[in-house]
Design a protein around this ligand. Structure first.
Ligand SMILES: NC(=O)C1=CN([C@@H]2O[C@H](COP(=O)(O)OP(=O)(O)OC[C@H]3O[C@@H](n4cnc5c(N)ncnc54)[C@H](OP(=O)(O)O)[C@@H]3O)[C@@H](O)[C@H]2O)C=CC1
Ligand SMILES: N[C@@H](CC(=O)OP(=O)(O)O)C(=O)O
Length: 422
């Protein structure tokens, strides 16, 4: 895709300009010339500073909302300031669609695209009929929610699906077929399909090369693998045992709303209603996420096993997970024990974890520093800490605690990085 090309071209243009400047050095024959050159240099540096500060300011929202925003430099609207992303060539920008844009994941995708200066030339936001026509403020301007239309959506370049698996099953292949857009699907519909790559970009982006339909992993799996992959490369993972502490927003926007309403009712001494979760979640933990399967693991727990095997490329890796819903709003936590092929030490583990992109070691027990949902919320990096030798497996075993924003690493951020690297 064009994104990397555009960035390289911009870099090249910058280098040419500075080379030209170097070819004509000033003749410093006397003190006045020197002083003038210093003043010129100071003015140039100051102007550059002002320009870049303005370029990074957020886009001014237009007064009226539209079904999409066009953001290319050539069709600049009054009242819209260019961001660096928007300044790239017309040919290097992309028409982007998000289906499920009003949901927990979709809203984050919009923010991540803006924050990472994804080269959007048009942005189309789709949701169900009940949201159609609503106006949404985005980093690209105000956008009106559209009802999904397959033919129109096929005219875009990239589509993020942040909607239920049934929708993905019906539309993902029709959308991406032949000259349709690249589709990055957040649902579980295609994750185990052998023809569809399942991607955590820092681990296996190469598997997405040339593919039109790409699956984003289950959030719990993606967060855990950010720490497990570097440990696997360094020490060889033989077995994984994991317990999770998953936030209400893992169940979508309605899960978050039910927790907030439930806590308010609890505080007022009123009965706590539960429609979304199996039991009232406030001041409770529920050891069930998704339905139970024949082996008495839940589907969420088995997704961790199945998807970890596919992403790591180890089809028979023993992975056992117990997934638990807890009354936090956002960011999933995971206590993970591994048995390794080769001897492992906590210091050796911290070293490899500290070098892995997208991972932050937060591990200083004496200072009470460890990963927590409150510190991992709305943050791109996954936190890893409580690194210690496991006393069951000895020098071939390690315990870690991982905490990551499941709406970001487990969904929106992961999906946008996949698109950036295509
Ligand atoms: N929440 C999480 O932590 C994670 C979720 N996922 C997956 O991402 C997907 C989205 O989840 P999440 O954001 O939590 O869900 P939400 O329930 O919060 O949002 C669902 C979105 O889908 C839209 N929608 C529903 N039906 C249609 C339709 N027929 N046509 C177009 N849009 C429709 C809704 O629109 P409207 O508002 O109009 O109803 C809403 O925007 C799911 O597949 C989920 O499994 C993956 C990883 C993490
Ligand atoms: N199941 C996760 C979130 C999610 O939507 O996962 P999946 O995309 O695998 O259904 C949770 O409830 O925390």
């Amino acid at each position: 895709m064009h994104i990397l090309v555009a960035r390289t071209e911009n870099k090249k243009a910058g280098r040419h300009a500075s080379e030209q400047h170097q070819r004509q050095p000033p003749q410093l024959s006397d003190f006045r010339v020197l002083l003038r050159e210093i003043m010129r240099a100071l003015i140039a540096v100051f102007s550059l500073y002002i320009c870049s500060a303005m370029a990074f300011m957020p886009t001014t929202l237009p007064s009226a909302s539209r079904a999409c925003v066009r953001t290319s430099a050539g069709r600049r609207r009054a009242g819209t300031r260019l961001t660096p992303m928007m300044a790239v060539d017309q040919g290097s920008t992309l028409k982007v669609g998000i289906v499920g844009a009003t949901g927990a994941v979709g809203e984050e995708i919009v923010k991540v695209l803006g924050h990472r200066n994804f080269p959007v030339s048009e942005l189309h936001l789709y949701a169900s009929a009940r949201s159609a026509g609503k106006s949404v403020a985005t980093p690209f301007g105000s956008v009106s929610i559209e009802e999904f239309d397959l033919d129109k959506a096929r005219g875009l370049d990239v589509i993020f699906l942040a909607v239920g698996g049934d929708f993905s099953k019906e539309y993902a292949i029709k959308l991406s077929a032949t000259d349709g857009p690249v589709v990055i699907d957040n649902s579980s519909a295609f994750r185990l399909d052998p023809s569809v790559p399942l991607i955590v970009p820092e681990i296996n982006q190469q598997a997405a090369k040339g593919k039109k339909l790409i699956a984003n992993p289950n959030c719990t799996t993606a967060i855990g693998l950010m720490a497990l992959f570097p440990l696997h490369v360094a020490f060889g993972i033989k077995k994984v045992i994991m317990s999770t502490y998953q936030a209400a927003s893992g169940a979508g926007a309605e899960g978050m709303d039910e927790l907030k309403a439930g806590i308010a009712s609890f505080v007022k001494g009123e009965p706590v209603k539960n429609e979304f979760f199996a039991y009232p979640l406030p001041f409770n933990v529920i050891p069930q996420i998704d339905v139970f399967t024949d082996n008495l693991y839940t589907k969420e727990e088995m997704k961790v096993t199945w998807e970890a095997r596919k992403i790591l490329g180890v089809p028979d890796l023993p992975v056992s997970c117990t997934a638990v819903r807890i009354p936090t709003l956002r960011a999933h936590s995971e206590a993970i024990t591994i048995e390794t092929e080769r001897p492992v030490t906590p210091d050796g583990a911290r070293e490899v974890l500290g070098k892995f992109p997208g991972l932050k070691v937060v591990d200083d027990p004496a200072k009470k520093l460890y990963p927590m949902p409150l510190t991992a919320t709305s943050v791109y990096d996954v936190e890893v800490g409580r690194v210690r030798q496991n006393i069951v497996f000895g020098d071939h075993g390690l315990d870690i605690f991982v905490c990551g924003d499941q709406l970001l690493r487990g969904a929106a951020l992961n999906a946008v990085i996949i698109a950036e690297k295509l």
